[in-house]
Ligand binder design. Structure first.
Ligand code: ZN
Length: 492
């Protein structure tokens, strides 16, 4: 029986965030050890769900020391990296021999001592395993992929959808490739190409434009047998690291020079189309005016605060748009969410059905996206914040937002949560007694992922810029570690 090491160690690090990602933050949600992992993921449409199914099909003995997926936030502490990375690395020593590895990583982890967290982990893993053991890695398409990652993994398989709804399919693709490699039928090797660009590929949007074109061309090469895997990554630009930016990696069988040629040609296209973007943001005043146009009975206008996206490291507590709605007296609004554990505690002390005044949100960095708001309202719902997400991105996996409440302020049903996270599933409203289809305006904090669940219920979708952490309007001098020159910070 083949012994396969698997696990998840996923983080998208926004190096401009002041929230350090320490062990406490990792443990706060989506963190499981050893025997907790099958119970949490078997039977779900998730990367680990697919991994368990593949193990059953191929007869693998699966070793799964840890599944850790912290919400995007600031730099990962050395202690957390060594603890969680150590769980994976120690499994090689304690539960080996290992015949193959199928790891689920994000690919944009920055650690206090390592700009390239995944590259460091994979290099250590390769040292332990030696050159022959196949290591297949799935990545988020917002990975900042490095030469060190390509050198130490046999194959890198990035998601191909944004909103990300193909984690299950990519894990299956990885499992099938790993099985072929363990049987000795192929010897996957991965090459990488990049360009001097901080971002590009329309921030990874896959509905149209260069990202969609390159993904389709890569899949055609895979189907023809010209490449084992072609992965297009848009990168994650809110990271002040040397290797930030888009990349194309191509996995070929043995040392096949066609891989590098394809990667370079694809990156030429990414470079030429670097200015292409479908992101259009409104000001707070414009978005509030649009919300006021809604009539009772209308399907919801869905307004996404692009710049306070917890999925990009935003604090989830920006208040600027909420303040605009309150000041304008807009009604029939459902709002997800303000992340503010203290406010939830204040609501719990008051109790369901009680009127109270709470200082809400804006506490992490009050200068970004609006400071705390003192609001008087009624606590209408309190939960533990746990439910199963069955939407397109949910996969039937349990979510945990910690103690949560609905606070009704005028005509606004405001959700307040303890564990930060962007709105990607309707159950983030319905689990708190809110049917979002019955509101004239639905507010979320998200750049793009919300679309999978919320576009189908919307009469229209708009994006608002509240000036929060993920605005991306950073002056060039803020980037100190990026390789230079780089577009758009320098004339290239
Ligand atoms: Zn992503």
């Amino acid at each position: 029986m083949k012994r396969v090491l698997t696990g998840r160690f996923m983080h998208e690090t926004n190096t401009f965030s002041i929230q350090k990602t320490d062990m406490a933050l990792w443990r706060r949600r989506d963190f499981h050890r050893d025997n907790e992992i099958p119970a949490a993921f078997r039977g779900t449409r998730s990367a680990l769900g697919a991994t368990f199914e593949a193990a059953d099909k191929f007869g693998w003995t699966l070793i799964h020391p840890v599944s850790a997926n912290a919400n995007p936030s600031g730099t990962v502490t050395d202690d957390a990296f060594e603890q969680i990375g150590g769980m994976i690395l120690n499994a090689v020593d304690n539960q080996g021999p290992i015949d193959g590895v199928l790891l689920h990583l994000h690919g944009a982890m920055v650690v206090d001592s390592y700009e390239d967290g995944e590259g460091e982990l994979l290099a250590r893993l390769r040292m332990k395993l030696g050159p022959e053991v196949p290591v297949v890695v799935t990545l988020d398409l917002h990975a900042n992929v490095t030469q060190q990652m390509a050198d130490n993994a046999s194959a890198l398989i990035a998601f191909r959808t944004y909103p990300h709804i193909d984690m299950y399919e990519r894990a299956w693709q990885g499992a099938e490739l790993l099985e072929c490699a363990m049987r000795g039928e192929v010897k996957p090797q991965t090459v990488i190409a990049r360009r001097p660009m901080l971002h590009g590929l329309d921030w990874g949007r896959t509905q149209q434009g260069p990202m969609a074109e390159l993904i389709a061309r890569g899949e055609a090469l895979e189907a023809n047998g010209d490449a084992l895997v072609v992965s297009i990554c848009a990168g994650f630009a809110l990271a002040d690291i040397y290797d930030v930016g888009p990349s194309v990696t191509v996995t070929v069988n043995g040392a096949d020079p066609r891989g590098q040629a394809v990667a370079e040609e694809f990156m030429d296209h990414a470079w030429e189309t670097r200015e292409f973007t479908t992101v259009r943001m409104l000001s707070v005043a414009e978005a509030v005016a649009r919300a006021r146009e809604g009539k009772p009975g209308d399907k919801p206008l869905v307004v996404a605060d692009y710049t306070d996206n917890p999925g990009g490291g935003g604090y989830g507590d920006a208040t600027a748009f909420l303040k605009g709605l309150v000041d304008a007296g807009v009604e029939r609004v459902a709002f997800h969410a303000i992340c503010d554990p203290e406010a939830v505690m204040a609501g719990m002390r008051a109790g369901v059905g009680m009127q109270t005044t709470i200082a809400l949100g804006g506490k992490t960095e009050p200068g970004l996206g609006g400071g705390p708001l003192r609001l008087t309202g009624e606590v209408t719902h309190l939960t533990n914040g746990r439910f199963i997400a069955y939407g397109p991105m949910g996969g039937g996996v349990e979510r945990d937002y910690g103690p949560s409440m609905v606070f009704r302020v005028g005509g606004i049903d405001l959700i307040v949560i303890t564990n930060n996270g962007q709105a990607t599933d309707l159950a983030q409203f319905t689990s708190l007694g809110i049917d979002p289809t019955r509101y004239t305006t639905v507010c979320v904090k998200s750049m793009q992922h919300f679309r999978a669940a919320f576009e189908p219920i919307a009469r229209e979708v708009i994006l608002v810029d509240t000036g929060a952490l993920c605005s991306g309007n950073y002056p060039p001098e803020l980037y100190k570690n990026v390789r230079r020159p780089v577009w758009p910070l320098d004339p290239v």
